[in-house]
Design a protein around this ligand. Sequence first.
Ligand code: F6P
Length: 323
Amino acid sequence: MKKIGVLTSGGDAPGMNAAIRAVVRTCIYNKITPIGIYEGYKGLIENQMKEFSSRDVSNIIQRGGTVLKSARCSQFLTKEGRLQGYKNILANKIDGLIVIGGDGTFAGAKVFFEEFGVPIVGIPGTIDNDLYGTDFCIGYDSALNTIIEAVDKIRDTASSHNRLFIIEVMGRDAGFLALRSGIGVGAEAILIPETPVYTEKLIKKLKDQSTQNKQSMIVIVAEGEKSGGAHAVAEHVKSNCPEFDVKVSILGHIQRGGSPSALDRVLASRLGNAAVDALKNGSKNEMIGILHREISHIPFEKAIKHNVNINPALLKLSEILAI
Ligand code: F6P
C-alpha cells in the first residue's frame, strides 16, 4: 500500500472530518500517500482528487460536515460510471480506497470491488446508525444530542401551553434515531418504520395519557414511519382527538449538522486509524466498526441490507417509562 484514496459519500454526518483526519495522518505516519477524493464517487469518476498533507486536515476534528464534500452519485450505479472510476484509480496509482458513509456507499463499494478487485474498506458514517456489525456509526451520537436539545426546548413551550407535539426526526428506513432520542426526551410515544402502523394504538395511548394529568405530550415520529410521517400522524390525531392542541415540528437537516460530540470524535479517530491498518494488512471488501468497544471487521455484504434490528427491549423501555 503506497497510496490510499479516501472519500465521503451519501448523507454527511458529524465526525466525518475527524475520520478523514485520522485516515490522512495514519497514512502519513505509515509513509503511505493519502489522496483526498472530492464529492464521493462523483469525484472518483470525474477525477477530482489531490494529495493531502497533515496540515490539510488541521483544525477539522471539531467541524461538522465533510471537507471532502459528499454526494449521492447516480452515475456510480452504472457499469460505465464505475469503469471510469477504476480508470482514475489506475491513472492516479491508488492501491486502496477508504469510503466513509452508509449502506448506499457500501453497496457501491462492494460492487466496485467485485468488478475491479480494488481493495476497499468502509468506515460507518451515518446518523441513521443502521449498519450491521457496529454498535455505533459516526454521527449518530451527535445527531441524537442535537435532537434532544431541540426537543427539550419544544417541551418547554409544549408544557406552557398544554400542547401535544408530533416531532419528526430523520430516518427514511430506520428508527434508531427516533427510538433513542424518544427515550432520551421522555417521549409519550415513538413511531418507527420497523413496527406496524401504530396510529390506532397511538390514539388510545394518547387518550389514556391525557387522563394522567400530563402538562404536555411529545410523539417522536421517524421520517419513514409507515403511516406517512408527522403531518399524516397529526391529521389522524386531530380528527380523532379534537380536544388536543396539536402542533407539528419537523427537525430536518439541522440533525446532520454541528460540531461532533466527544463520542463521535473518538470513534471517528479510532475507525479512521483502523481502516488504514486494515488495508495495510490486506483487508478488502469490508467495513471497520466498533463492537463492545473493540474494532470489528464485517464484510460489506453483511453490514448493509438492513440486517440490523431494532432492540425490542428499548421499545418496551420507552413504553414503560412513558406512563
Ligand atoms: O442517510 C442519512 C439521512 O439523513 C436519512 O436519515 C435521511 O432520510 C436522508 O439522509 C436525507 O437525505 P438527503 O439530505 O439527501 O435528502
